[in-house]
Design a protein around this ligand. Structure first.
Ligand code: GCV
Length: 688
């Protein structure tokens, strides 16, 4: 009887859910109860705050809710004090953030008690790797929302509407900055015609508290400024940057500053002129300093030789500690190599004591299945932020080393490489929206758990809206929680580990096919290519074993970490197994903690990854009655592809490594269904 009743509810729900194309993201709630908003102030930001309350209120009908600006020492920056009857903040933006928090709590059922919420970082920024021609480097959700090419610099109403929707989504999760162009920057962005478009974007983003920033090309003074050099110590070059800053701030008074990728992957930088990264960063920083601007200087650099890639950034930047001016922040990718499915944290976190460092996370899933695989990244970022660097003893987590808790810093910041494009659903994959959401939430509060973020996002994104509930009295909340929320959340929380399992378990890294970084390519090593761009450099597989020896006997990358981590990573018996082959080269018959040989353990991990994706397919198929047809079918199709890809990963890696291990694949593991030769020939790039 109970089963039949539940079944009826399923069927009814499936028939009545409105079709959704995903464009509304986590901001779907529209039909609500009336509320009386009391707010004496006036500003574009406050207008938005009031409108959001009227549009999204789900509290008691006709209640009175007060928005009040009030100086309170406990409230920092754009933080706020929330209570059931109102919000207090030092700034208009604080009130807007409070409103979004309140509405989120009303929709998700989280308690609304009296509490102060302050942001972990002063600057919470999305880096758009958008090229001026409208393409996006590592973008998987269509073309740029900001740029359409040189012939389309005029701003249309359509552009403005989209930028406003984008700004609203950002503000609703606390993001307050956007770098509008690719770090592989075109000098043209600093020419007047492009700056005019930046000005127009800034005007739309401003009421939502989003500052605009630009990535700049270090050679701009010579390329567009007509100077003979871009040497940062040349007086004319310094003057050029100062004049450029003046021009920008005249157009955009609240401009945030510059992001610079220098001397990396072919980008020009101070080293072209025999100068240091500090010389380069300081010249540009001095130019924006009078206006309160900052320079985010990337530590993603390469050394001239192919000495362990994981050591290069630290080696380059540590000697410069204390040499940067106080409006420079060094932007460091979470891991020492490059946004891999799993890396230990970069040793540059918790290293410098006189130079602020900001984390750079990658929201766009360059190395994690792009817009095809369902991979929720919050667990990866949580693992990273909670990693203990031991900089000032136990408890010096990456979060605390970067948010100003350990050292007083003039500026604190965090950046995420955006996954946003012109696709109707913004991110390509409906579940990729969760990564945009998670980045914003963690940038606001770096202590949040992945579980809580997933919980919020699933409720906001999939829960029947009040309108659907009222019209159709569809799913009982408890039924929805058990049959949808719980399993879908579990799937999300498991998804990152699944990707690690089917792509590169036990500390393997960077064994991707070249260029597109999507499928496996552990074999790829053409002559003439920098060794540290090829997978065999990273996995080091031979008949004796596999893994990169970064111990004292190897590259000694372990020495870049503080004790006790250094010794922990150095000793194979204490090194966490998730990083085993990152730090150690081990024989194939090495016995892992599971009691298995390394080879067998590797095989089981790949199989487990594949099995996990299969279980995600089942979870999603079972969730069908609770999702509108449109989003259900998009995700179902993508999961099928993910499963096919996971199979390819498993077969490719096991068959390739088996050539070295010369050991059988354990017999209770499914046999490969591909031939290695075919896989190598039909690179997954062409199969996608
Ligand atoms: C923007 C990796 C990516 C590049 C990216 C680079 C970077 O190498 O593959 O596309 O370039 O990182 O972060 O600068």
């Amino acid at each position: 009887m109970k089963v039949t009743f539940t079944l009826l509810i399923f069927l009814f729900a499936a028939l009545t859910l409105n079709a959704e194309n995903g464009h509304d993201l986590w901001l779907r709630a529209k039909h609500t109860a009336p509320v009386n908003v009391v707010c004496s102030g006036k500003s574009p930001t406050l207008e938005i705050a009031k409108q959001e309350l009227h549009q999204g209120w789900q509290g008691k009908a006709n209640a009175t809710f007060v928005l009040k600006k009030k100086h309170d020492k406990l409230i920092k920056g754009d933080g706020y004090r929330l209570s059931p009857d109102g919000i207090e903040a030092n700034t208009d933006l604080g009130l807007l953030y409070g409103v979004y928090d309140l509405l989120r709590r009303q929709q998700t059922g989280e308690p609304i008690t009296e509490q102060v919420e302050n942001p972990s970082y002063e600057r919470r920024i999305l880096d758009h790797w958008d090229n001026l021609d409208g393409t996006i480097e590592r973008g998987y959700a269509g073309r740029s929302i900001f740029w359409h090419g040189k012939d389309s610099l005029a701003v249309t109403e359509k552009d403005k509407k989209l930028w406003q929707e984008y700004a609203r989504a950002d503000a609703s999760i606390g993001i307050n900055g956007a770098v509008l162009d690719n770090v592989n920057a075109s000098p043209l962005v600093l020419t007047t015609e492009y700056l005019k478009r930046v000005q127009a974007i800034a005007e739309v983003l401003r009421p939502y508290g989003i500052k605009t920033y630009l990535s700049v090309n270090f050679a701009s003074p010579s390329v567009i400024g007509g100077l003979k050099t871009s040497d940062p110590l040349d007086p004319q070059v310094k003057e050029w940057w100062k004049n450029k800053a003046k021009e920008i701030y005249k157009l955009i008074p609240d401009f945030g500053g510059f992001l610079v990728k220098a001397n990396s992957e072919g980008q020009p930088g101070p080293q072209n002129f025999g100068r240091t990264h500090a010389d380069g960063a300081n010249t540009i920083a001095d130019a924006v300093k009078p206006y309160g601007g900052i320079v985010m200087w990337r530590a993603f650099v390469y050394s001239a030789n192919d000495e362990d890639r994981a050591k290069q950034a630290y080696n380059e930047f540590m000697p410069l500690d204390g040499k940067f001016h106080d409006n420079v922040i060094i932007q460091v990718k979470n891991g020492p190599v490059d946004f891999q499915p799993r890396e230990p944290f970069s040793p540059l976190f918790g290293a410098m004591k006189k130079t602020p460092v900001m984390p750079e996370l990658q929201v766009t899933q360059e190395y994690l299945g792009q817009a095809v695989h369902l991979v929720f990244l919050a667990p990866m970022w949580e693992e990273f932020l909670k990693s203990d660097t031991y900089q000032e003893g136990k408890g010096s987590t990456v979060a605390r080393c970067t948010d100003g808790s350990i050292f007083q810093q003039t500026h604190t910041a965090i950046a995420g490489v955006a996954n946003v494009g012109l696709d109707t659903n913004w991110c390509g994959h409906p579940f990729a929206q969760a990564n945009w959401y998670a980045f914003g939430r963690l940038a606001w509060n770096n202590q949040l758990s992945s579980d809580q973020i997933a919980d919020e996002w699933v409720k906001l994104t999939f829960k029947p809206t009040p309108a659907e509930d009222r019209t159709h009295s569809t799913v009982l909340p408890i039924v929805w929680n058990i049959n949808f929320l719980k399993p879908v959340k579990r799937m999300m929380l498991e998804s990152r580990e699944a990707a690690v399992n089917y792509m590169m378990p036990l500390g393997l890294h960077h064994i991707f096919a070249p260029e597109n970084h999507y499928g496996p390519g552990p074999w790829w090593a053409p002559k003439g290519v920098r060794k540290d761009w090829t997978p065999p450099y990273y996995h080091q597989a031979d008949t004796l074993g596999i893994g990169f020896d970064r111990t004292e006997n190897g590259s000694n990358a372990v020495s870049q970490y503080h004790e006790p981590l250094r010794s922990l990573f150095n000793d194979v018996n204490t090194c966490p197994e998730i990083y085993l082959l990152w730090f150690h080269h081990l024989p194939w018959n090495y016995q892992t903690q599971s009691g298995l040989t390394l080879w067998d353990d590797l095989c089981y991990h790949y199989q487990e990854g594949l099995d996990q994706v299969r279980s995600f397919q089942k979870t999603w198929d079972k969730a069908k009655p609770y999702v509108d047809k449109e989003r259900f079918s998009v995700v179902q199709k993508k999961l099928r592809k993910q499963c096919i890809n996971a199979q390819v990963w498993k077969d490719a890696c096991l068959l390739y490594f088996q050539q070295f291990s010369r050991m059988p694949i354990p017999y209770n593991i499914e046999r490969p269904v591909h031939n290695l030769k075919d896989l190598i020939e039909n690179d997954m790039k062409r199969k996608r």
